[in-house]
Design a protein around this ligand. Structure first.
Ligand SMILES: Cc1cc2nc3c(=O)[nH]c(=O)nc-3n(C[C@H](O)[C@H](O)[C@H](O)COP(=O)(O)OP(=O)(O)OC[C@H]3O[C@@H](n4cnc5c(N)ncnc54)[C@H](O)[C@@H]3O)c2cc1C
Length: 276
């Protein structure tokens, strides 16, 4: 099926994109890497959209250190996250997550801003952002604002971002000395979306766990986190069944996904050397 769109315009700057979006009179849709949006348009999931192409906006590019945070421009592609030295040194979780996303062709075009805005509950970056306590920078007609990752994801493909707002960057605390990051997912085939996955950040003796494929949005697994803080892996594996809220679908039942959450948690705990 061919996509049915209402028009296309390439934005030169953030201001230009916002004005093109306003002119579209409710039909505007930002286009970044197109790896989710174009697929949806081709499936007929939406029609008549006025595509505002933000992929040429220089201000949305680049990875830089700002104080004790790493700021990643929204247009940073998955393949760049995979290879960027600053990401590898300061936020290794994202460098480990990127290769788990789909395949090279998709990673070469798909962007971190697109993935976070799309908010697929089975996607890797949203759960990483929650585990990392990231902050999202947004810019819209009423100015700029910041939203914590834990407040950004509202439901299935739903976020706190207003339709006309652009996610400009994601800001992540740089890893402290001794901080450890790990991510693991279970998929039917390499490159598939996860049936169940967890991203873990260990800062000192505190653990933060973001779950993906295990609810209608990325979830912070507070029960399992508290148990891992005590070094009790058995209690964490039990607690995570209550932390997550998976859905049944053609790939797997909710019960099976809940079981997988415990399996993934135990494997990650072993990788990270959590006490027992
Ligand atoms: C076969 C296949 C397999 C995939 N497997 C995985 C996987 O395993 N894991 C995974 O995480 N992803 C997967 N993806 C999705 C991929 O990661 C996409 O690249 C990503 O979800 C969207 O990024 P994009 O830049 O292509 O965004 P687009 O497709 O251009 O846009 C996606 C949505 O976000 C909005 N948007 C994009 N950028 C911004 C912005 N800066 N500000 C505001 N709104 C914005 C768009 O309006 C649109 O609604 C897969 C895709 C395909 C086609």
């Amino acid at each position: 099926m061919k996509a049915s769109i209402g028009g296309y315009a390439r934005a030169r700057s953030i201001e230009h994109a916002l004005s093109l979006f306003a002119e579209a009179d409710g039909a505007g849709r930002y286009l970044a890497g197109g790896q989710s949006l174009v697929a949806a348009l081709n499936l007929g999931a939406s029609a008549g959209d006025m595509l505002v192409d933000i992929s040429g906006i220089e201000a949305l590019r680049g990875v830089r250190i700002e104080g004790d945070r790493l700021v990643i421009g929204a247009l940073t592609r998955h393949s760049e996250i995979e290879r960027n030295d600053l990401v590898a040194r300061h936020v290794p979780l994202l460098a480990k997550a990127a290769p788990l996303i789909a395949h090279d062709a998709i990673r070469n075009r798909g962007t971190i801003g697109g993935s976070l805005s799309h908010a697929d509950p089975a996607a890797e970056y949203p759960a990483c952002a929650v585990a990392l306590d990231a902050i999202f920078n947004l810019e819209g007609p009423n100015g700029r604002r910041d939203v914590a990752a834990s407040e950004f994801f509202k439901g299935l493909f739903e976020t706190d971002r207003a339709e006309d707002e652009i996610l400009t960057a994601v800001s992540v605390p740089v890893a402290q000395a001794g901080e450890r990051h790990a991510i693991l997912e279970l998929t039917r085939r390499s490159g598939d979306y996860a049936l169940a996955g967890l991203a873990i950040v260990v800062r000192g003796d505190r653990h933060r766990i973001g779950a993906f494929g295990l609810g209608d949005r990325p979830l912070l697994c507070e029960g399992a986190m508290a148990a891992l803080d005590r070094g009790d892996v058995d209690a964490a594996a039990t607690a995570i069944a209550d932390d997550v809220d998976p859905m049944s679908d053609i790939q797997a039942s909710a019960d099976y996904r809940r079981h997988l959450a415990g399996v993934v948690l135990r494997r990650l705990a072993a990788e990270l050397g959590v006490a027992r």
